[in-house]
Design a protein around this ligand. Structure first.
Ligand code: NI
Length: 176
């Protein structure tokens, strides 16, 4: 297995990832994948990370945010995750991606979702989420289907480099 982030242009980011098999839950292999994803997310200071971003074509994501002023998102691993929108309401906000680099742009996402998935032991995790929490989950699940946030940009005039957008007071970083 890979130990590095892969970037836009690598065909592995465009693949449909393989589901985790029933017999793999509870295995050392899955615990190691979880640890690897959490360590890389921390190293890259991301809000979330999907296994394909490390060149691992498996349906696994991690996410979470501990922040003094913004709403926190519990540190979570999800294997075989899925979500459904709880209403048609969407919100538009900036997104970026470790595999895309400093480019950010506005993307429309469902405001309120229900999501579920399994931890490494195979325990079901079910939650409702809204706003940034819901956004991160939708962004990470997209990665498992070969979709990058750039595919979903709602307004290409919003596209810009993070530092320039911050200078122009258009974007406030969620993590420093
Ligand atoms: Ni991403």
């Amino acid at each position: 297995m890979n130990e590095e982030i892969i970037y836009l242009g690598n065909p592995l980011l465009r693949q449909i990832s393989e589901p985790i098999l029933e017999e793999d839950f509870g295995s050392l292999k899955l615990k190691e994948l979880e640890k690897k994803l959490f360590l890389m997310m921390e190293a890259e200071q991301g809000l979330g990370l999907a296994a394909p971003q490390m060149g691992i074509s498996k349906r696994a994501v991690v996410f979470g945010l501990e922040h003094p002023t913004l709403d926190s998102i519990p540190l979570t691993v999800l294997f075989n995750p899925s979500f459904t929108a709880l209403s048609d309401e969407t919100t538009e906000d900036y997104e970026g991606c470790i595999s895309v680099g400093p480019l950010c742009a506005k993307v429309n996402r469902y405001k309120k979702i229900f999501y579920c998935g399994y931890d490494a032991e195979g325990q079901l995790i079910e939650r409702e989420a809204s706003d940034l929490h819901a956004r991160v989950v939708q962004h990470e699940i997209d990665h498992l289907n070969g979709v990058i946030f750039l595919d979903r940009v709602s307004n290409y005039h919003s596209l810009g480099f993070k530092d320039e957008l911050i200078k122009a007071a258009l974007y406030t970083p969620r993590k420093s």
